[in-house]
Design a binder for this molecule. Structure first.
Ligand SMILES: CC(C)(COP(=O)(O)OP(=O)(O)OC[C@H]1O[C@@H](n2cnc3c(N)ncnc32)[C@H](O)[C@@H]1OP(=O)(O)O)[C@@H](O)C(=O)NCCC(=O)NCCS
Length: 326
């Protein structure tokens, strides 16, 4: 049996920090409201010259360096994002070129905030089948470009970041284990960028109506997330014949601290078992889990051999949960 081990990790966040008080100058909100309702204190926002590609490359280089792997050894690049540089060409090709990964195949995977875990599981399939040996999985977003900075119900929630891991084929135990991917399109309208796609191409009207920005039914997403996190973790652990006690660290998607607190309560687990970085970075969508992973390893909190349970939810609405032994 071929396992997929994470042999490298890295993240990149833009240097510009925007605090809640900064946002209170733009929209009718306050630091107190944002902290109480979401746990977010600040977020990093990309500089005008930064793009999804440049941020992906920065995170990928760190992950490759950590893995001591040269770009020429890569077999596949998966870029999970909902905010690519362009609709076409695929940002994966821009990343491949910028990395100097000559002729390496790649593709974009778009499942909203679950993109990284979907990408990890997808990369694992290429490795487990024997097709590829080294797969780069990137989760990256520059959602600040698709945020309506006059809509207080969304603009306070998101941040920009990139995270990457290198997956490598291994005959040793560990790596990506049991997983569950899901989607419920009945809730598709809960997080939507209404225009810009084939259903509603760009026009003067769509621009005037702010239809190229993210719209969200926060309450609907909140209810969905609290329902799905525990249920999906339970199913994945059951598949693996494991219990909560076997998990060293839960790495949840960082959308709202209250969602994580509710899930922890439902699971009857202390919050200390969860990796939390939302206070500093807000919701970085597909980047949130590899960013949290990288931070927790850098802090010495997550160590080689630890059993991790990554659980995510997002646009679609989708969910994705995976056990990973580092
Ligand atoms: C968005 C979210 C923080 C809102 O929190 P909430 O407690 O559900 O708040 P509500 O949406 O019920 O709004 C409560 C009030 O606060 C107001 N409000 C919304 N955003 C505000 C802000 N930034 N500052 C101040 N007030 C705000 C609303 O207008 C509403 O006012 P009203 O009662 O006069 O109508 C929360 O629903 C959430 O995090 N949902 C999940 C979103 C998510 O995770 N999305 C990404 C998924 S990947």
């Amino acid at each position: 049996m071929i396992n997929s081990k994470i042999i490298g990790w890295g993240a990149y966040v833009p240097s510009r920090v925007v605090t809640n008080n900064d946002l209170a100058k733009l929209v009718d909100t306050s630091d107190e409201w944002i902290v109480q309702r979401s746990g977010i204190r600040e977020r990093h926002i990309a500089a005008p010259e930064e793009t999804t590609c440049t941020m992906s490359v920065a995170a990928a280089k760190r992950a490759l360096e950590q893995a001591s792997l040269s770009v020429s050894e890569l077999d596949l690049i998966i870029v999970a994002t909902s905010s690519p540089d362009h609709f076409t060409p695929p940002v994966s090709s821009l990343v491949q070129h910028a990395l100097g990964a000559k002729d390496v195949p790649g593709f974009v995977l778009t499942t909203g905030c679950t993109g990284f875990v979907y990408g990890l599981v997808t990369g694992h399939q290429f490795i487990a089948s024997g097709a590829y040996r080294n797969v780069l999985v990137i989760g990256v977003e520059v959602l600040s470009r698709f945020t309506n900075w006059q809509d207080r119900s969304t603009c306070v929630l998101f941040g920009d970041a990139a995270g990457a891991v290198v997956l490598q084929a291994s005959t040793q135990a560990g790596g990506v284990g049991a997983f569950e991917l899901g989607s419920d399109g009945t809730l598709a309208e809960a997080i939507i960028m209404p225009a810009g796609g084939s259903a509603r191409p760009p026009s003067l009207e769509t621009l005037q109506n702010d239809e190229h920005f993210i719209r969200m039914n926060g309450r609907e997403v909140f209810k969905f997330a609290t329902r799905v996190v525990k249920a999906s973790c339970d199913r994945v652990l059951a598949k693996a014949g494991m219990t909560y006690a076997d998990v060293d660290h839960f790495i949840p998607h960082q959308a709202n601290l209250r969602i994580i607190e509710t899930a922890a309560e439902m699971m009857q687990l202390p919050l200390s078992r969860f990796v939390i970085v939302i206070d500093r970075y807000a919701n970085t969508s597909a980047a949130s889990i590899p960013l949290a992973l990288t931070e927790a390893i850098a802090e010495g909190r997550i160590k080689s051999g630890d059993q991790l349970l990554m659980v995510s939810f997002g646009a679609g609405l989708t969910w994705a949960t995976a056990l990973v032994q580092l």
